[in-house]
Design a protein around this ligand. Structure first.
Ligand SMILES: Nc1ncnc2c1ncn2[C@@H]1O[C@H](COP(=O)(O)OP(=O)(O)OP(=O)(O)O)[C@@H](O)[C@H]1O
Ligand SMILES: Cc1cn([C@H]2C[C@H](O)[C@@H](COP(=O)(O)O)O2)c(=O)[nH]c1=O
Length: 209
């Protein structure tokens, strides 16, 4: 690849982001492309420590403003330590969640001011938005069903009404940024979801090889 390319996977909890990211990475590597896979919050020692605080059910009192700063802090570290350098080296970066998650969860879900959340996060990533984003769209109840008997973290424990605002938030973001954000129906089979994603990504990677 001559130039870095940055793809993010987004959507409600349990939408299938990690599953699709792994498949995308395997397929890109088979084309001979160097791939860096990471996730948010986390992906660095600092970010992983912040992640533990954010998802800890012991902190149920955490207010949305605190969440905005903690997610942005983890993101700044990930961007400057991992994503930015990989893009500079011409690699393909695949990230499980990024800025759109903060807009969906903290702004649409947590009702924090949209412009404030966006500006804070643009500062964290030196204004580098993803080149392409896939929102895997599911009803939040599907995510709960897929989790089964697994324990819910601090965010997953929030009210269903919150998770509905998050889902609607992702869809609003796709309307706002149609060139960058593509919505994929997350209730299709894993193979069908991957086919939709790969049909859009493969030609772009071909050009970048
Ligand atoms: N298209 C699909 N249809 C049915 N089940 C799926 C599909 N994609 C993923 N799953 C299953 O749903 C569960 C959640 O998938 P995955 O971890 O990929 O989602 P996620 O969006 O990364 O979740 P989280 O938001 O919790 O990190 C897993 O058990 C996975 O095997
Ligand atoms: C990046 C980001 C994440 N969240 C929420 C979304 C999830 O519930 C958790 C992360 O857990 P996952 O296993 O990686 O899905 O955190 C958020 O509220 N805001 C964000 O910016």
């Amino acid at each position: 690849m001559k130039k870095g390319f940055f793809i993010t996977l987004e959507g409600p909890d349990g939408a299938g982001k990690t599953t699709q990211l792994t498949r995308l990475a395997d397929a890109a590597r088979q084309m001979g492309i160097q791939v860096v896979c990471t996730r948010e919050p986390g992906g660095t020692p600092v970010g992983d420590a912040v992640r533990r605080i954010l998802l800890d059910t012991a902190y149920s009192e955490m207010v949305p403003l605190t969440e905005v700063f903690l997610y942005a802090a983890a993101r700044a570290q990930l961007f400057h330590q991992v994503i930015g350098p990989a893009l500079k080296q011409g690699q393909l970066v695949l990230c499980d969640r990024f800025i759109d998650s903060t807009l969906a969860y903290q702004s649409y879900g947590g009702e924090m001011d949209f412009s404030f959340v966006l500006e804070t996060n643009l500062q964290a990533v030196s204004h580098r938005l993803p080149d392409l984003t896939f929102v895997l769209d599911i009803d939040p109840s599907v995510g709960v069903e897929r989790r089964g008997s697994g324990t819910a973290d601090r965010v997953e424990q929030k009210a269903l009404s919150f998770h509905h605002r998050v889902r609607d938030g992702f869809l609003s973001l796709a309307d706002k940024f149609p060139e960058r954000i593509k919505v994929v129906k997350g209730t299709q089979s894993e193979d069908e979801v991957f086919a939709v994603i790969w049909n859009q990504v493969a030609p772009l990677l071909e050009k970048l090889r």
